[in-house]
Design a protein around this ligand. Structure first.
Ligand code: HEM
Length: 117
């Protein structure tokens, strides 16, 4: 089970790294868009995150409050990305909102005490 947790965590990290990369690559661009890298990234991070919760439940009692916060932030990002996927451009405010939420979820993951003992 530990191997499965590590493989899912590996996929989870690749997912949100793609999301963050898809955002940062256009930080200096005047026109911001939701690109396929962001879509695939949040989709992968979200699915791997949910599967990770399942694995952690079987390994013990994970911190549900931390997972709840991460799930809520992840869901907002997922919905905003999917809803704006086909738009020729997105407002600067939405772009920076997605960037701040993504960085916030990394901060929650890293600075909030480990999700499982
Ligand atoms: C943009 C979205 C997300 C980002 C940036 C993100 C970031 C991270 C990071 C940096 C870690 C590693 C933390 C560490 O091991 O110290 C992590 C682990 C984890 N994430 Fe996420 N996450 C996101 C979405 C989600 C979602 C939606 C869920 C599901 C509810 C989730 C559940 C988890 C779990 C359970 C772990 C712990 C894995 C473990 O230690 O075994 N994450 N996440």
């Amino acid at each position: 089970m530990e191997t499965l947790r590590l493989v899912l965590l590996f996929v989870h990290v690749l997912g949100f790294a793609a999301l963050l990369g898809g955002l940062l690559v256009q930080v200096r661009e005047d026109t911001k868009v939701v690109n396929p890298v962001m879509r695939d990234g949040i989709g992968t991070a979200f699915l791997a995150g949910l599967l990770l919760v399942g694995v952690l439940e079987s390994l013990g009692s994970p911190d549900h409050a931390k997972i709840g916060v991460k799930f809520a932030i992840g869901l907002v990002i997922l919905v905003l990305v999917m809803a704006n996927m086909r738009k020729p451009s997105i407002p600067q405010g939405l772009y920076f909102g997605l960037l701040v939420l993504t960085i916030a979820n990394i901060a929650v993951a890293v600075f909030w005490s480990p999700v499982h003992a």
